[in-house]
Design a binder for this molecule. Structure first.
Ligand SMILES: [Zn+2]
Length: 424
């Protein structure tokens, strides 16, 4: 197994560092000791005498590893039918997460935020290299009201939330300010790097709809205050205009989905500097009636009616956007398809790349370590074949992500045929 001590040198590529600077042709990037050690024009590149690995990025673009701010690694992305969950053994979800983590890394995503499902066991397994995957910030479990999004008990009492979260649940039913405080402290005790609240109902929850309220403003305010006291951001699942406004009134850090955001919501986001994570990959995928409960199909079709114009209006107004896919509802391993969708909704290709790097890292609170290519940052580096600024659909096909390096370790390299990746 190669270690981060072996230097990795990227040559002949165009570098997009995601600081906001333009592309630089024929730059060299040197990763050493798990960090970016040097970058600059090829003519100035230092000589590397110690044994190291050369990556020929000719014809490609060298970018920071991407950040997906909204995934669910314990969910499959292939429809969700509660009946199929009845016979799933407890804790099975830990094992199904393993190939999904690998697929996400192979897609060029080196950091993710799991917004309910994963727990510290997985975070640690990835950190220790037991399984390959992106670095993880986890919400552990979401806080939502009894009978709301997150309460996955069907009318007969079967709780398929126990399948969506392999640790035994995907959310904590939370009613009233005292439970909101306890729930916030409980998820933080379990290592949450973000607190997830359900500000409204959802597509996949059996008893509510996106147009129902979730936690009320008072409950969410308690969560925001307690999380902020620990330096932890709050992500709000909110699809209806009203739930978006409620979440912003409570002071959340990000609106997840935001499909029905209206002028008032946009104004509040601009005022507070809140992030929108529009999860377009999931939103624009038609529901599959063969694999999904009927109630979910109906809700999703209604949500899709106006989301294009609403998200485009938020982008046009200058709302801060971070890339997130809701992979787990959307299939894993095609995360960077989201870039093309962001451009379809009004972002420039560079804007979309920043949303998936610097901006998402900012939202996760990891911008001091990852999200841009800068000397001193962790060596999370990917190579995309071709020029994504010219064709933003390129990164969406994992076959075009030819190299993935995380923490200075090569996880994928298809530029050197026959040479295996440095780690399993
Ligand atoms: Zn989600």
């Amino acid at each position: 197994m190669a270690s981060e001590d072996t230097a990795v040198v990227f040559r002949n590529g165009t570098v997009v560092d995601a600081t906001g600077a333009g592309p630089r042709e024929d730059w060299v990037v040197v990763a050493r000791g798990g960090r970016i050690d040097w970058m600059g024009p090829a003519a100035d590149a230092p000589e590397i005498t110690a044994p190291h690995r050369e990556i020929d990025a000719r014809g490609g673009t060298v970018l920071p590893g991407f950040v997906d701010a909204h995934v669910h690694m314990t969910m499959g992305g292939d429809g969700m039918n509660p009946a199929a969950f009845l016979h799933q053994p407890p804790h099975y979800g830990y094992y199904t997460a393993i190939p999904r983590l690998r697929a996400t890394l192979d897609a060029g995503v080196t950091s993710v935020r799991d917004l309910a499902g994963l727990d510290l066991a997985v975070v640690r397994a990835v950190e220790e290299g037991i399984v390959a995957g992106p670095r993880i910030t986890t919400a552990y479990r979401a806080l939502g009201p009894t009978g709301g999004h997150g309460d996955f008990r069907t009318c007969c009492g079967f709780d398929f939330g126990t399948v969506l979260g392999p640790g035994g649940a995907v959310s904590i039913n939370t009613d009233g300010a005292a439970e909101a405080l306890r729930g916030t402290r409980e998820v933080m005790r379990k290592g949450a790097g973000v607190v997830k609240v359900m500000a409204g109902g959802g597509v996949w929850s059996p008893q509510d709809t996106p147009w129902h309220d979730g936690l009320n403003i008072e409950e969410m305010t308690v969560v925001v205050r307690e999380a902020a006291a620990h330096g932890i951001p709050v992500a709000a699942h909110a699809q209806s205009a009203r739930s978006i406004r409620n979440a912003l009134a409570a002071g959340v850090t990000s609106i997840e989905h935001g499909y029905e955001i209206d002028a008032e919501g946009i104004e509040a986001m601009l005022r507070d500097g809140a992030f929108l994570v529009p999860t377009l990959a999931t939103a624009t995928t038609p529901p599959d009636p063969a694999k999904s409960a009927g109630y979910a199909v109906e809700k999703k079709l209604r949500l899709q009616e106006h989301l294009g114009e609403n998200i485009s209006a938020a982008v046009a107004a200058g709302v801060r956007v971070a890339l997130g896919t809701d992979s787990g509802i959307f299939p894993h391993g095609r995360n960077l398809h989201e870039l093309a969708l962001l451009v379809e909704h009004g972002m420039t290709p560079m804007g979309a790349i920043l949303a998936g790097t610097r901006e998402a890292a900012e939202l996760l609170g990891v911008a001091d370590r990852v999200g841009t290519l800068q000397v001193g940052k962790r060596a999370d580096i990917v190579v995309c074949a071709g020029d994504p600024l010219e064709d933003i659909t390129l990164p969406g096909d994992p076959a075009n992500i030819t190299v993935v390096v995380k923490d200075g370790v090569v996880h994928k390299d298809t530029t050197a045929p026959g040479r295996p990746p440095a780690t399993a």
